[in-house]
Design a protein around this ligand. Structure first.
Ligand SMILES: Nc1nc2c(ncn2[C@@H]2O[C@H](COP(=O)(O)OP(=O)(O)OP(=O)(O)O)[C@@H](O)[C@H]2O)c(=O)[nH]1
Ligand SMILES: [Mg+2]
Length: 296
């Protein structure tokens, strides 16, 4: 995906923030005009505390010039985002490398698995998908469609089955086939009475019994268009099961993409990828510099 496409996909959040900068510069009275930027940042879901801090920093040595204000905001945001730039590395010799994909329902887990599988296969890796979301049969079918599309096997049980047993079979099957990477789908919700976090812990235990150190990555998917909810989910999942990497999806078509800033700042967990569309190629490795340049 060329940079121009990334930029156009992030346009709504970009426009929201730039609107704030233009309001500051266009304000003739100048008194308190930085408030317009603070409000714009809050509207872009940067969060109240972070927005206030950014604006306080920008007030120091402020020059009445749109480009210098944009540049300083960009530098500040880059400073926060660079700390969570750590692309997912598959260490040589770790086989199978097990990635457990977590997140509440509808955030884009299964789609992200499909995109990731395609990415890995393109890079010459063998991939196996585990249909650990046994909550609904459509979820299993959706994963199978991705498997066919990308050309990788899918290990599944029937709907309502035990996700731990699916994880077990997936990992065992990967070991016997000498597969490089296992992507485990999980449910975002469960039938009442079953605790999601307990279920996820159980899957982790099952996997780690078969492959030491696995799952090697607990990849949390959050929907960037839900703003503060995404931040709250990240905190909850991290406390309950431990998150080693984050994917922020649906950054296209939302003005709330500023949520990436508090997610980076408060969790300090690597952001591995961003989702900027529904297509197979619409998953991009997260790089702080280009992301900041596309955003601001
Ligand atoms: N615009 C956009 N849509 C996305 C993106 N990622 C996923 N989607 C869409 O979001 C919807 C939900 O995606 P799923 O992958 O089914 O989400 P899930 O987390 O697996 O959901 P459950 O299986 O119900 O828990 C689908 O319509 C996807 O096409 C993205 O980056 N951008
Ligand atoms: Mg799903």
């Amino acid at each position: 995906m060329p940079f121009s496409r990334l930029k156009s996909r992030l346009a709504r959040t970009h426009n929201a923030i730039m609107g704030g900068i233009q309001a500051v510069i266009g304000n003739n009275t100048r008194k308190d005009s930085m408030e317009s930027l603070e409000e714009a940042l809050i509207r872009a879901d940067v969060g109240v505390t972070t927005a206030m801090e950014i604006v306080d920093r920008l007030k120091e040595g402020f020059r009445w010039d749109e480009e210098s204000l944009r540049q300083r905001l960009s530098d500040y945001v880059y400073d926060i985002l660079k700390d969570v730039e750590a692309p997912l590395e598959i260490p040589y010799g770790t086989r199978p490398f097990v990635i457990m994909v977590l997140g509440v329902n509808g955030v884009g887990k299964t789609t992200t698995i499909g995109k990731l599988a395609s990415r890995f296969v393109t890079r010459g890796k063998s991939v196996l998908l585990g249909a650990g979301d046994t909550f609904r049969s459509a979820a299993i079918e959706q994963l199978e469609i991705w498997g066919q599309r990308v050309g990788c096997p899918v290990v599944k049980h029937s709907q309502g089955g035990d996700p731990g047993a699916v994880a077990f079979d997936a990992v065992r099957s990967a070991i016997s086939r000498n597969t490089d990477i296992v992507l485990l789908d999980t449910a975002g919700r469960l039938h009442t009475k079953v605790n999601l976090m307990e279920e996820l812990k159980k899957i982790k235990r099952v996997v780690s019994r078969e492959v030491p150190d696995a799952p090697h990555e607990n990849l949390l998917v959050v929907d960037g268009s839900t703003g503060q909810n995404a931040l709250n989910q990240a905190k909850l999942f991290n406390e309950a099961v431990g998150v080693t990497g984050i994917v922020i999806t649906k950054l296209d078509g939302t003005a709330k993409g500023g949520i990436i800033i508090p997610i980076a700042r408060e969790l300090k967990i690597p952001i591995r990828f961003i989702g900027v569309g529904e297509g197979v190629d619409d998953l991009r490795e997260f790089h702080a510099r280009e992301f900041t340049e596309a955003l601001i």
